[in-house]
Ligand binder design. Structure first.
Ligand code: SAH
Length: 257
């Protein structure tokens, strides 16, 4: 666990705190699919769930409400962590979930958990393999690891198309069958998965546009106003041409073989 005093000065790049300030879920998964995933995992009351990069806490808070789980979330954004704490109070689960502001890199829980998750933040462990290794250190025997990760829904025909999806290269992601095979190569069974669809991508990406527009109206003189204006102008077309067509996303449930 990281001391609050040391971590409280840390934050993610401010642009994300602006564009995703109104998001409850910072990924293309919808509330319905998050509920589907919770049910699919057959969570039992009292099950312990660790979430690295817990964002605004929607997964832990709704699973605490719906399944009675006990959750710990760690996130680098003070804004999202504060939102997660407020959401826990709103859903009446503040005594079941703990949200810690800090860097989750290297974080291992004191008590072993039934579910260890990193949903859309696998850079925390230096990639998928490293993040699985990190999560495994907190996992009880027989527990489940959850990894949320993009994959190529269609393989980009050129590197330029991959860049249009905001990837550095085609090699950043795998097609779905290869991603599933890669979990096997790491020694894990894939025991469940819930995949996002294009409507889910719209909820994640398109929701940023109204947030940006309203932020611009309220903060015309801000040092980031030019960048946000440029993003709002270009994002709808870029997103529709690239991310929405080429990028898939899913949460994969893994158990060591
Ligand atoms: N799992 C959440 C959030 C995904 S977005 C959800 O699905 O809604 C990625 C999250 O990772 C953001 O909330 C960001 O603040 C957080 N993050 C980025 N780097 C991190 C780090 N080193 N340690 C902990 N959290 C980090």
């Amino acid at each position: 666990m990281l001391p609050e005093t040391k971590s409280s000065t840390k934050d993610i790049p401010r642009i994300f705190n602006i564009t995703e300030s109104a998001h409850r879920i910072h990924n293309p998964i919808t509330p319905e699919k998050l509920a589907t995933l919770g049910a699919a995992l057959r969570l039992e009351a009292g099950a312990r769930v660790l979430d690295l990069g817990s964002g605004s806490g929607e997964m832990l808070c709704t699973w605490a409400r719906d399944h009675g789980v006990i959750g710990i979330g760690i996130d680098l954004s003070p804004l999202f962590t504060a939102q997660a704490k407020r959401r826990a109070v709103e859903l009446g689960v503040a005594d079941q979930v703990t949200f810690i502001h800090g860097d989750a890199a290297g974080y291992v829980s004191d008590e072993q958990v039934d579910v260890a998750a990193c949903v859309g933040a696998t850079w925390i462990g230096g990639g998928v393999a490293g993040t699985i290794e990190l999560l495994a250190r907190s996992l009880r025997t027989g527990g489940i690891i959850l990894i949320g990760e993009p994959y190529w829904r269609q393989l980009p025909p050129t590197e330029a198309v991959a860049k249009g999806c905001l990837a550095n290269a085609i090699a950043d992601f795998l097609p779905l069958p290869a991603l599933l095979a890669s979990f096997g190569h790491l020694g894990y069974d894939v025991v469940e998965m819930v995949l996002a669809d294009q409507d889910g991508w719209d909820r994640y990406e398109a929701a940023k546009w109204l947030t940006m527009r309203r932020w611009l109206e309220g903060n015309p003189g801000d040092e980031l106003a030019k960048d946000v204006r440029a993003q709002l102008t270009s994002e709808p077309v870029r997103y529709a041409a690239y991310t929405r067509e080429y990028l898939g996303w899913g949460v994969f449930a893994l158990m060591p073989r």
